[in-house]
Design a protein around this ligand. Structure first.
Ligand code: CA
Length: 127
């Protein structure tokens, strides 16, 4: 399973490099859970030991004091996968957080916007 996912990511990286975009690989992680539950994207900040939760698309995380702060992510969404982006306005590197209730690690203090997609293709994060 992991090998298949990795090959898929590499393939997508190759695709994206041809259009000048960038994709990061979110690795699984573990953290104690204090999440809002079904329907939310949950995230955690190691530095302050705080959890955050959101729903909907959010183009600029400065609006709720989580810009460049979250370190691990868990998608408890009920219908969609989640794309989290390095920059505001869905820019820079994107990491794909599948709807499976698993914690995923991305580079610390990086994410600045998010978008939900029903597709499981990370390329659709940029649409
Ligand atoms: Ca942090």
């Amino acid at each position: 399973m992991e090998n298949r996912n990795w090959k898929s990511v590499l393939f997508k990286l190759a695709l994206l490099s041809s259009i000048g975009a960038s994709v990061g690989v979110a690795r699984t992680a573990s953290a104690a859970s204090s999440c809002a539950g079904a329907g939310y994207l949950c995230f955690y900040d190691y530095a302050t030991a705080q959890y955050g939760n959101l729903f909907g698309n959010n183009v600029d995380w400065r609006a709720f004091d989580w810009n460049d702060r979250a370190d691990v992510f868990k998608n408890d969404g009920t219908t969609s996968n989640s794309c989290v982006f390095q920059n505001i306005n869905y820019g820079g590197t994107v990491w794909f957080i599948p709807r499976n209730g698993t914690w995923y690690d991305v580079p610390d203090n990086t994410v600045s916007s998010n978008r939900w997609i029903t597709s499981s293709n990370i390329n659709d994060c940029f649409l």
